[in-house]
Design a protein around this ligand. Structure first.
Ligand SMILES: NC(=O)c1ccc[n+]([C@@H]2O[C@H](COP(=O)([O-])OP(=O)(O)OC[C@H]3O[C@@H](n4cnc5c(N)ncnc54)[C@H](OP(=O)(O)O)[C@@H]3O)[C@@H](O)[C@H]2O)c1
Length: 351
């Protein structure tokens, strides 16, 4: 089977995914009888293009040289990303535009339109899950399309798939997590004697900080991820404004050192607790024992501990994730969509 792929956003994550498609091509063909062809790319500053077959190496080179994608051989320029979504010939649209923690746009509008055309959507963007998860899920179901988002929280670590695939009939009753790599890198950097600004500069230099790092430092990114987790795993209908949120902006080196002297560490902890019908969502710096699971998440590592009604407490620990893991989340979503496609479509596409 051949899958036609369109990219809305062609930044770090999408380009890494394009490289993964190439490096895993033999495995996809052998294990899944799957080949891929790119038919559209939309960006903010590098143009928007449609084609029957985009050479992704050429597209990557074009963006790296800061050139317009319209130069790609065989490509036709499109007016804007919405024109690409309206006109592309695609089985899956990969939405990887930047996070807007205050409204989830324009990603939510893009995904809404793609699903409205009955095109499967994969996103790495947590904004749409935090602002419109139930609407988009219903829209996808109504149009017989898939809506998948494994990379949106904890990169490619199986968080949503874990609950959906491995824990059927189990209710998630709460969670505790470290979800933001930038703040964790800053806090553990301060433990090692770096200043807040030095540790933030390191987060920027390795590309883990959001484009606007205030979203990390003030706890917005962790709050949006908490809401995404609560909405998907717990069936909540929360919004980021519902999270009691405090970031790490005011944490001083003295406080971090004092915590270490007391056998503790400071971590930005996200919590969801359900009591009856009420759900409480919080993001705040907390002192945790140095020997705890939370304290052992150092640098860019993330950890999620979920409480369930039937399987007790389960944890996913992600050590030092990078953009390749996020790209893997897109790949795993693509394979799941492929596996769920009816055989009729398989045979039609391979003819
Ligand atoms: N980086 C990670 O490790 C990571 C991990 C987990 C989740 N995520 C999420 O994945 C998404 C992508 O991250 P990234 O690191 O790839 O971001 P990025 O490098 O900043 O790339 C964003 C892409 O979106 C395009 N874009 C920006 N505004 C747009 C708009 N209004 N319409 C259409 N395209 C637009 C940009 O175009 P130009 O290049 O022309 O500006 C660029 O191609 C984000 O939502 C992020 O939160 C990232």
């Amino acid at each position: 089977m051949e899958l036609k792929l369109a990219f809305i956003g062609f930044g770090n994550v999408a380009r890494e995914f394009a490289l993964l498609l190439k490096s895993r091509a033999d495995l996809l063909a052998e294990n899944y009888n799957l080949t891929c062809r790119a038919t559209a790319i939309a960006t903010a500053r590098h143009g928007c293009v449609l084609s029957t077959n985009i050479n992704l190496d050429e597209a990557i080179g074009c963006v790296r040289r800061k050139e317009n994608l319209a130069q790609i051989s065989g490509a036709t320029a499109a007016a804007d990303p919405m024109a690409v979504i309206e006109n592309c010939d695609a089985d899956i649209i990969f939405e990887t535009t930047p996070l807007d923690p205050l409204g989830g746009e324009p990603a939510t509008t893009y995904i809404r339109r793609a699903l409205g055309r009955a095109i499967n959507v994969v996103t790495a963007n947590k904004g749409p899950l935090a602002f419109a998860y139930h609407e988009l899920k219903a829209l996808a179901a109504g149009h017989g399309a898939a809506f998948r988002f494994e990379s949106a929280v904890m990169d490619g670590a199986p968080v949503f798939n874990l609950v959906e695939r491995c824990l059927p009939a189990v209710k998630v009753t709460g969670f505790k997590a470290i979800l933001n790599s930038t703040t964790n890198l800053i806090l553990t950097g301060m433990e090692q004697g770096r200043s807040f600004d030095e540790a933030l500069a390191e987060a920027r230099s390795i590309g883990v900080a959001e484009a606007n790092s205030d979203y990390d430092i003030d706890g917005w990114d962790a709050a949006v991820k908490s809401v995404a987790l609560a909405n998907v795993l717990m069936g909540a209908d929360a919004r980021p404004r519902d999270v009691e949120r405090r970031g790490i902006r005011d944490i001083t080196c003295d406080e971090v050192r004092a915590a270490v002297r007391d056998g503790c560490a400071i971590r930005l902890i996200a919590r969801a607790d359900s009591t009856g019908r009420d759900l409480r969502l919080r993001v705040a710096p907390e002192r945790v024992p140095a020997a705890s699971l939370m304290a052992s998440a150092r640098g860019t590592s993330n950890v999620l501990v979920i409480d369930t009604d039937l399987m007790g407490r389960l944890s996913v620990f992600e050590t030092a994730p990078g953009v390749e893991q996020t790209a893997y989340g897109l790949l795993s979503d693509m394979i799941r969509i492929h596996e769920s496609m009816p055989p009729r479509l398989n045979s039609r596409a391979s003819n």
